[in-house]
Design a binder for this molecule. Structure first.
Ligand code: PLP
Length: 464
C-alpha cells in the first residue's frame, strides 16, 4: 500500500472511531504490560512494516490519552475540537509552510496577520498599533509577554530590582516564566485576594508603593481572566488604573477566559481587558482548536520588536518587505502557520456560532451549580464562573483534613469508574471537585447523570 492510501484509510478509521468515542472512557492510562510491549520495539536498521506500526499506534498508543472531546470530560481545561480545525491541521501538515516570516510563506503570513488583527480588535486594541503572534500555548505566551515587559521596564542593571505582582491563583506557567526571565521568588509578590479569589486592588497598590519606597522597581502586574482553578476574572479595570498611574505593564493571562470576548451575552465580564498591555489567549482551549494554537496579543507592537527583532545576514534578503516577520515578534524562527486553522474555523463556522457555543459552556456551569445545590451531601465552594465550578462532598462530622482525604478518594473513584472525569483542586486549603463545562457536546442530561453518578460514588465510599 502507498503512504497516501494509508492516509486516506486513516481518515475513515478516525471518523468510525469518533462515533464510539462518547461511549468510551474520558481517560485511560496505559497499562504496565503495554508499556513493556512498546519498549520491545527498538529502532531497527531495516525498518519495520508500516501497517503493523500503524496498528500499534492505533491499538496501544492513542487509546491511552485524555479524550479531550469526551462530553463528560470535565478535568483540566478540556479541548473539544471542531473538525474544521483538524482539517486545518491536515492542510498545514501537507503544505508544511515555514511561517517564520513573510518571504518564506507570504500566503499564510497574510492570513495570520488578518486573524491577529481581528483578534486584537475583539480585545479592544487598536489593530493599527497592536500586533501579536501565534504560539504553541498559553505558557509560551506568558513567557513572551514577561520578556517584553522586562525589556521595556528594566535596564540590564535593574534586573536585580524588578518586582512582579501576581495572585496565588496565577497559573504556574507564570511562575516558570518569571524564573526564566530572572525574577526569583523573593521578588514575586503574591497579592492578597478577596473571598472570591480576585486580586485586591488596594493590597496591590500598597505593595507597589512599599516596594518603590525601598528602591525596588515594580514593573509588571499579571492578572488572570479565567483562573484555571475557579474561572475567576480579576478586577481588570481597577488593576489597569493602578498600572497606568504607577507606570507598570499589565499582562492579562486569558489563556482560558479571553475567549469570552466572542460571546455577546458575557463579553462585559472582560471589561478592562482593552487597557492591558498584553493578553494571553489560547485558541486550543475555548476556541475549539486542536493543539498547539495560542496567541499573545500586545497593545503596541514595538514592545515585541524591542525584545525579539534581529536580522542575521542570511535573512536580510528575506526581510525586505513591508510586513512584520513573525521571527521579529517572538522566540521562534521556523514555525507552522498555527493561525490558519483558526482563520478557517472562524470563517467557516461564523463568529456568532463560536460566541454562542462559549455562552452555552457558561450556562452549563450555571446549570451544574443549580443541580449541585439540590444534591444532598454536596457543597458549592466557588460558583459557576466562566464555565468552571467547584464543589465538594461535605459532612459536618468530619474534620477539614478528613474532608480533604474524602474528596480525593471520591475524585479517584469517579475517574476510575470511567463515566466522567472530574479531578480535584485546592482552594483555601480545601480539596474540592472541579468541573469545567466547555464542551458543546455536553447536555444538561450529561450533567444530571454525572451528579447522580457522584452521589452513587459517595454512597459506595460511605458503605466502605
Ligand atoms: N494560563 C492559564 C490561566 C491556564 O489555564 C493555562 C492552562 O490551563 C495556561 C496558562 C497554560 O496554557 P498552555 O497549556 O496552553 O501552555
Amino acid at each position: 500500500m502507498e503512504i497516501q492510501d494509508y492516509m486516506k484509510g486513516f481518515i475513515d478509521t478516525f471518523y468510525k472511531n469518533k462515533e464510539t468515542i462518547q461511549q468510551g472512557k474520558p481517560i485511560d492510562i496505559i497499562p504496565e504490560k503495554t508499556i513493556k510491549q512498546l519498549q520491545t520495539l527498538d529502532f531497527t536498521e531495516e525498518g519495520r512494516d508500516l501497517s503493523s506500526l500503524l496498528a500499534t499506534l492505533e491499538e496501544t498508543v492513542y487509546p491511552f490519552r485524555n479524550v479531550s472531546e469526551h462530553k463528560r470530560n470535565f478535568a483540566f481545561i478540556p479541548a473539544p475540537v471542531v473538525d474544521i480545525s483538524k482539517l486545518g491541521d491536515l492542510l498545514e501538515s501537507f503544505y508544511n509552510p515555514n511561517a517564520a516570516g513573510f518571504y518564506s510563506s507570504s500566503g499564510t503570513a497574510v492570513i495570520e496577520e488578518e486573524t491577529m488583527s481581528w483578534l486584537c480588535e475583539k480585545a479592544g486594541f487598536d489593530p493599527k498599533k497592536a500586533s501579536g503572534i501565534f504560539l504553541s500555548g498559553g505558557s509560551m505566551a506568558n513567557l513572551n509577554a514577561t520578556i517584553a515587559a522586562r525589556d521595556k521596564y528594566l535596564h540590564l542593571d535593574d534586573i536585580t530590582k524588578g518586582v512582579v505582582y501576581i495572585s496565588d491563583q496565577a497559573h504556574h506557567s507564570v511562575h516558570k516564566a518569571l524564573h526564566v526571565i530572572g525574577i526569583p521568588d523573593e521578588r514575586i509578590r503574591r497579592v492578597k485576594t478577596d473571598d472570591g479569589l480576585k486580586i485586591l486592588p488596594d493590597s496591590l497598590l500598597e505593595s507597589i508603593k512599599k516596594d518603590k519606597k525601598s528602591g525596588l522597581i515594580p514593573f509588571i502586574v499579571i492578572a488572570t481572566a479565567g483562573t484555571t482553578n475557579a474561572g475567576v476574572i480579576d478586577p481588570l479595570p481597577e488593576l489597569a488604573d493602578i498600572c497606568q498611574k504607577e507606570d507598570l505593564w499589565l499582562h492579562v493571562d486569558g489563556a482560558f477566559g479571553a475567549s469570552v470576548l466572542l460571546s455577546t451575552s458575557h463579553k462585559h465580564l472582560l471589561t478592562g481587558i482593552e487597557k492591558a498591555d498584553s493578553i494571553t489567549w489560547d485558541a486550543h482551549k475555548w476556541l475549539f482548536q486542536s493543539y498547539s494554537c495560542a496567541m499573545l496579543l500586545v497593545k503596541d507592537k514595538t514592545d515585541l520588536l524591542r525584545s525579539f527583532s534581529e536580522t542575521p545576514e542570511y535573512l536580510e534578503d528575506a526581510s525586505e518587505n513591508e510586513h512584520i516577520n513573525t521571527w521579529d515578534l517572538g522566540l521562534d524562527l521556523s514555525r507552522p502557520a498555527r493561525g490558519v486553522k483558526l482563520w478557517l474555523s472562524l470563517q467557516a463556522l461564523g463568529t456568532k456560532k463560536l460566541g454562542d457555543t462559549i455562552d452555552y459552556g457558561i450556562k452549563l456551569a450555571e446549570y451544574t451549580e443549580s443541580v449541585v445545590q439540590k444534591t444532598p451531601k454536596l457543597e458549592i465552594i466557588t460558583p459557576a464562573q466562566t464555565a468552571i465550578i467547584n464543589f465538594r462532598y461535605f459532612n459536618d462530622e468530619l474534620s477539614e483534613l478528613e474532608l480533604n482525604e474524602w474528596n480525593t478518594k471520591l475524585s479517584n473513584l469517579i475517574s476510575n469508574a470511567g463515566f466522567a472525569q472530574i479531578l480535584t483542586t485546592k482552594l483555601n486549603g480545601k480539596t474540592v471537585l472541579r468541573m469545567c463545562t466547555i464542551s458543546p457536546e455536553t447536555t444538561q442530561e450529561d450533567i444530571d447523570k454525572t451528579i447522580a453518578h457522584i452521589s452513587e460514588c459517595i454512597e459506595t465510599l460511605e458503605q466502605n
